[in-house]
Design a protein around this ligand. Structure first.
Ligand code: PMP
Length: 430
């Protein structure tokens, strides 16, 4: 595959953009080599600046559940932009959007719109602290909640890929307020709550982890966490930035029967435009300014173009059979990856929940940070490049989830699994 134009753009980008990218994991540090620059996306397919085509299993890291340039979303964006790209004042779309979210997720009684997942999680923590009057938070090892200061402690995703344990620039005094526990380990939470529960404002968790690769919650784990939170007056913040409207319309909380105090969302709800949200119990959300004293604001919050794109996306997802179809395609990919790896004699563990999937290059079961680290990341890097050469764009890190879109049909599944056969075989020989 020829990548001459990508390489030349990357050389220019590195002179003017740190690392040549506007978000770290895009830089292929986890797999080696230079990033690919894209020109166009249509349905399941991406075309790079050199004209190479790939089936996209990244989906912009989650938002593009309907594929690229989904016509009703494109129309909604154009239509909204014609009527003004921003008002900085209330508009009807925000009300419709809030009603839609609250009508779909019973635990979300009130919601505030922001422009990214990071804004949503940062605000949710502030509200939890403001509501409880407590300063500590609990997060889980390998969970990523965006680039907000309180979360860059034992974070997954790019922090993991780049091997940055904590980030310089995060004050130690602030980092000390973030307690961490292993994912899938209730006994650890019990110990921490017994010792410090009265100081902890909230526990924030990715219900299904996507940022250590996919980690699946053990049966009863999330429900047990919710019960422990209730017992200790610790608010449960479910970070559904990846899972919201992806695992089901009502997100992971619908799938696992949870009722979190606060929920954060982004990605799918914006249909590919910058849009995030946090919401939950009305008594908690009424603390948010101007209704209450906890401050949070945004010039472009509730942006009419983003809201129009998001509504078009969520309405399309409400069609009957959507999630069943997504499950079926995702299962075909999972079963295919397992079969091809086995045929090539490459030990893998494939974790999948709905349309989130990771092929870990380890024979061990992967259920937390420590077990995820048993993966052979060098092997993953070789697999990634073999797949890229065969026209499949996977997340360029072992510690990220692949996202399946509704644009992927049988032809794309066959293309991906044909590429996987070659890629696993090439590994089998190394
Ligand atoms: N929470 C989770 C679970 C995420 O996966 C991410 C981003 N991948 C974020 C929060 C941050 O969202 P954003 O990148 O939109 O700020």
């Amino acid at each position: 595959m020829n990548h001459a134009h990508s390489q030349s753009l990357f050389a220019r980008a590195q002179a003017r953009i740190p690392g040549g990218v506007n978000s770290p994991v895009r830089a292929f540090r986890g797999v080696g080599g230079d990033p690919v620059f894209f020109r166009e996306g249509s349905g399941a397919w991406l075309t790079d600046v050199d004209g190479n085509r790939y089936v996209d299993l990244v989906g912009s890291w989650g938002p593009l559940i309907l594929g690229h340039a989904y016509p009703p979303i494109v129309e909604a964006i154009i239509d909204a932009a014609r009527r003004g790209s921003s008002f900085g004042a209330p508009h009807a779309g925000e009300v419709e959007f809030a009603e839609f979210i609250c009508g779909t997720m019973p635990a979300v009684e009130m919601v505030r719109l922001v422009s990214s997942g990071t804004e949503a999680t940062v605000a949710a923590i502030r509200v939890a602290r403001g509501f409880t009057g407590r300063e500590h938070i609990l997060k889980f090892e390998g969970c990523f909640h965006g680039a907000g200061d309180p979360f860059l402690v034992k974070a997954g995703s790019g922090v993991e890929t780049l091997g940055l344990p904590d980030s310089p620039g995060v004050p130690a005094a602030l980092a000390k307020l973030t307690l961490t526990a292993p994912y899938n380990d209730l006994a650890a939470v019990e110990r921490i709550f017994a010792e410090k529960g009265q100081d902890i404002a909230c526990a924030i968790i990715e219900p299904v982890v996507g940022n250590m690769g996919v980690l699946v919650p053990k049966p009863g784990y999330l429900q047990g966490l919710q019960a422990l939170c209730q017992k200790h007056g610790v608010l449960l913040v479910l970070d559904e930035v990846m899972t919201g409207f992806r695992l089901a319309r009502g997100g992971a909380q619908e799938v696992y029967g949870l009722k979190p105090d606060l929920t954060t969302m982004a990605k799918v709800i914006g249909g590919g435009m910058p849009l995030g949200a946090y919401g939950g119990r009305a008594d908690i959300m009424r603390k948010v300014a101007p209704a209450g004293p906890v401050y949070q604001s945004g010039t472009l919050s509730g942006n009419p173009v983003a809201v129009a794109a998001g509504l078009a996306c969520l309405k399309a997802l409400a069609a009957p059979g959507t999630y069943a179809r997504l499950e079926q395609v995702s299962r075909m990919l999972e079963e295919g990856f397992i079969a091809e790896a086995k045929a090539a004699g490459v030990p893998v563990t494939v974790n999948r929940v709905g349309s989130m999937l990771t092929v870990f290059f380890t024979a061990e079961p992967v259920f937390d940070y420590t077990s995820a680290k048993t993966s052979d990341t060098g092997r993953f890097g070789r697999f990634f490049h073999a797949m890229l050469d065969a026209g499949v764009y996977l997340p360029p890190s072992q510690y990220e989830a692949a996202f399946v879109s509704l644009a992927i049909g049988e032809a794309e599944v066959a293309h991906v699994l044909g590429a996987a056969r070659k890629a696993f075989r090439s590994l089998g020989q190394t």
